[in-house]
Design a protein around this ligand. Sequence first.
Ligand SMILES: [Zn+2]
Length: 278
Amino acid sequence: MQIVILGSGSPIPAPDRAGPSTLVRTSVGDLLFDAGRGVLLRAAAAFSGAVAFKAVFLTHLHSDHITDLNDIITTRWAMSFVPTPLTVYGPVGTAALVAKTEAMLEQDIGYRLAHHENLSWNPNTEVIEVTDGVVFEEGDVRITVAPSDHAPVHPTVAYRIDDGGRSVVIAGDTIPCAGLDTLATGADALVHTVIRRDQIEALGIPRLIDVLDYHSTAPQAGNTAERAGVGTLVLTHMVPPVQPGGEQEWIDQARGEFAGEIVLAEDLTTIELPPLDQ
Ligand SMILES: [Zn+2]
């Protein structure tokens, strides 16, 4: 299994960080988790893309995690030579989101159908809304869902991917919670969005201070990883943006709680988890 952080950014635009998105390459194909700003640019850099995704999984419906879902739907449809349905897993509400996204694309779909003689079908997106438990099983790959806690945003979910004895958990945006603890127990890697309480409080911007109550700080992510016995903690979606030269501070804050390996993600940071039998 290979984990590629496609986008390590947050809602705040940054020149070198795409929006939240993680590619998990498994023995049954490329699985995409969240679809933030610029996801297909980074997927191209990782030699993947809209047509290659076996399925897309959404942790929640905040704009920064879904803004380029429309690009995936359009690109997969317009670049396929035969009908290639897309499967999107997500919390309750995902079906409505996808229906509205396809409605938004109605004019473009009409233009392309009228123009391309060999494109005669509409985008076809199958939505599977998930809450808890095993939601995907194919070959050696099993994906398990548990509710996360990003209140007042509700519902939100985290995912655990198991493949060939290795495992990664995609936490999404959450404060520490029982659902994430359960999924993360014994995982090889935990991809966790994080914020800095000290920096946000120092900035003193009310709309930024609001995010403190529904995100984990770096120490909280470290604490979750430690309690769960995780191997590698991957910090991503840093708010406020990481200042040049400030990278080690983020790692040190998580290090106070977690003894394992800590990676502060950049776009295209890649973590290799070879099968255990090799
Ligand atoms: Zn969020």
